[in-house]
Design a binder for this molecule. Structure first.
Ligand code: NI
Length: 430
């Protein structure tokens, strides 16, 4: 739904546009209508006026790989080997999840994202309807997919296809802020028959496809064992890869696989904190850049059980430091980390967002320049990536609506209380 309200942000600095100079940003409906020198614009009144003095406007951040409702499992099981962690801790709890649980877990995630300046997330989780309801209420943008897992079972495959077809049709009635995406979980949980169905359905309806790909060495080995090819080679062989494919992780990819990803202009989501925490390995970022894939890469936090928060400021810093630690300090400079969390991701999800310009969607975050982490401000992007955290965010506007102002979000206390109750009940199994 398009809001026809208007917002004027007065006297705010705009990242990348003559820093230090104050501007007025006028938003009408969900678009940025005018950016002018402070006090010099055509428009000087609006329904909502925000004082921008002492603040800087940056594009809202994008989290390109999440399992949002896993906020409920934050800190529940850490420091364990991946398989043991999944089998003994995560999956048994997930088996008990109801739609209402996922709704509250996603509400908590949306609250955390708003409070840390994220305006979009790309999710894959159970109980699609609960997630969609939480996103609709939150005011955020999201690409939502159910988890498509068939466990190589024909009956389950058929059921998953029917469910996804139904959700696709249902999703047309959802908010414009929600993009319906197909979410085949991974090569080790989804059969070839289902992957081919996803490929055809996505092509027919021009849908994005969100998949976990080459996260661990074991995954690569199991794929070679099953199909005689590495994961990317296999997906290429069945015609699965396209510019609409969004592959999370891509840690273990050969140079031949990088060439295939480039050939199909496949998109990649880097999840550095999760990969480090689960010791999955380090994505070959420099080789990806050499292969011409830079513009195809975005950043994601993964679920809160393996991160353990959704703060994209932290994720930008971790991404940059991860690669520097192993290569040299010039790898992934601050500007690149920032692009991965903004423009690159907006392109990936086909959204007219990710930068602050006239004609773009009004997805704007205001940082408080009085926050101690932002003083002094020699270089804003450096401060954003290396010094800031989500707590520097003062105001969040998404799709032309104010979701947070002065760090206050409507309904915050109720969300925290309900999510806490749901989380304890889930984990205690009662
Ligand atoms: Ni994941």
């Amino acid at each position: 739904m398009r809001s026809m309200s208007s917002i004027l942000i007065k006297g705010v600095q705009v990242a990348g546009k003559g820093e230090g100079k104050e501007k007025d940003i006028y938003i009408e409906g969900n678009l940025i209508e005018e950016i002018a020198e402070a006090g010099k614009g055509r428009i000087s009144e609006a329904e909502f006026v925000l004082q921008g003095h002492g603040k800087v406007a940056i594009p809202g951040l994008f989290n390109a790989h999440t399992h949002a409702a896993m906020t409920l499992l934050r800190g529940y099981a850490d420091d364990m080997p991946l398989h043991e962690w999944l089998s003994n801790k995560i999956w048994p709890v997930e088996a008990r999840l109801t739609e209402e649980d996922v709704y509250w877990g996603t509400k908590l995630a949306c609250l955390e994202m708003i409070k840390s300046g994220t305006i979009f997330f790309n999710d894959m989780y159970w109980h699609f309807r609960g997630i969609a309801r939480a996103v609709t209420e939150s005011g955020l943008r999201a690409a939502l997919s159910g988890v498509f897992i068939d466990g190589f079972d024909e009956a389950q495959a058929k059921e998953q296809m029917q469910i996804n077809e139904r959700l696709y049709h249902e999703s047309k009635g959802l908010s414009d802020r929600i993009i319906f995406v197909l979410g085949p979980h991974a090569l080790y949980t989804v059969s070839e028959e289902s992957l081919c169905w996803v490929r055809d359905f996505a092509e027919r309806h021009d849908l994005l496809v969100h998949i976990h790909l080459s996260e661990t060495e074991e995954e690569v080995k199991s794929c070679v064992g099953r199909y005689g090819m590495r994961p990317v080679e296999y997906l290429d062989s069945i015609g699965f890869l396209s510019p609409r494919t969004i592959a999370a992780h891509c840690v273990h990819v050969s140079s031949r696989e990088l060439a295939l990803l480039k050939q199909h202009e496949t998109k990649i989501v880097h999840t550095p904190a999760s990969n480090m925490k689960l010791a999955a390995g380090r994505m070959p970022y420099e080789q990806m850049k050499e292969a011409g894939l830079y513009r195809n890469i975005a950043l994601g936090t993964d679920g809160c059980a393996s991160n353990n928060n959704l703060d994209m400021f932290e994720e930008m810093k971790i991404a940059s430091l991860f690669h520097k630690a192993f290569i040299n300090p010039t790898v992934m400079p601050a500007e690149e980390a920032f692009e991965l969390a903004t423009v690159n991701a907006a392109r990936m999800f086909r959204l007219n967002s990710g930068v602050i310009e006239v004609g773009k969607l009004a997805d704007i975050v205001l940082l408080d320049l009085k926050n101690v982490a932002l003083i002094p401000n020699h270089n804003l992007i450096s401060n954003i990536v290396y010094a800031a955290s989500g707590s520097c965010v003062d105001t969040v506007i998404c799709d032309g609506k104010i979701l947070m102002s002065g760090r206050k979000v409507e309904g915050e206390e109720e969300i925290k209380e309900k999510a806490r109750t749901v989380a304890y009940r889930l984990v205690n199994g009662s």
